[in-house]
Design a protein around this ligand. Sequence first.
Ligand SMILES: *Cc1c(COP(=O)(O)O)cnc(C)c1O
Length: 404
Amino acid sequence: MSETMNKNNTIMNTYARLPVTFSHGEGVWLWDEDGNKYLDALSGIAVCGLGHAHPAVTAAVSTQAGKLVHTSNLYGIAVQQQLADKLAALSGMEKSFFGNSGAEANEAAIKIARLYGHNNDIAQPNIIVMEGSFHGRTMATLSATGNRKVQAGFEPLVQGFIRVPYNDIEAVKTVAKNTDNVVAILVEPVQGEGGINIPDTDYLNGLREICDEQNWLLMLDEIQTGMGRSGKWFAFEHSDIKPDVMTLAKALGNGVPIGVCLATGKAANVLQPGNHGSTFGGNPLVSAAALAVIDTMQENDLVSRAAQLGTQLVEAFSARLANNEHVVDVRGLGLLIGIELDTPCTELVTAALDNGLLINVAANNVVRLLPPLVLSDAEATQLVDKLCTLIDSFTASQPVAAQN
Ligand SMILES: *Cc1c(COP(=O)(O)O)cnc(C)c1O
């Protein structure tokens, strides 16, 4: 067992870490300290969309580090401005606020919603959030999260959230009818941590309609779905709508910590000097990395590649697992892919690790794949072969599902 796995070590014991430590990576591949090679089908949880050690990101970070790393937001930051311009052009949103993580991006969104409410004489503003959602681990974002495990032990929770089932327009309409201090809806276009839950195609359109009628803000948490992963730059582009607020983080910096809250229209100018801030947010180093990520994605047309790979992978998994009666569903939107089994399957994570494959299991029984967008066709085939073999041998050891 390596030193970093030692339970008595100096890192707080907040993670159930797998018994492996990586030393370097290239593209979709990682190598551990003993020289074993792994196909990374998780990308550091949807972060390394360009794979590991991408030369364009390495170059941008190195060059910027040699020029200027940090000055604080007391001063102008040219690369941050360039990044904000790029994000506005890509998304159609108007303004950016930069933080250092997904949770911080969502904190900014929550603050915008509350201030928007107060500006409209709503003293106790509420935000509608979803069952099964994940929005982060800070006090406000864990309160918004629809998973008791994330909240347990940290009560009192932050107030001002009303929870409804996901993918249920009627439930939102009921709240609209019965509650007059709602100011916003915060929702993931696809629930990632919740188990790759893909709502009906008209779900966001329906939410947009209610928000317009009620004068609420539609706030999309695209921290996992954004930056090309869904096969569009932003998952809302699969619908006909635009959000008022959108948060991004994970893949934005390809591993350099950066998050952003984008806003437009009536949400764009809610935050004013003194309302919010961050010491590190959008500093020259991370902004340069994010700019390199966007440029590289554009130059290599990686968003359409994600869409094409996603279709290809879901088809391949569906075909290969068609005769496995424990496989309930194979679903995906771009490179957000879920393979749902009829049985808890967290053991598959270690089985895959032992076979040189990095995967994750969400919601206990959904194999979650978030491979890098730079996956080649040959690597995609390897992923399908390896994983289907593992799933088949895992389910072969399970009791046969009850017939009805
Ligand atoms: C990962 C994630 C977050 C939290 O991001 P952190 O950078 O870990 O704070 C929030 N929302 C969604 C949808 C996520 O996937």
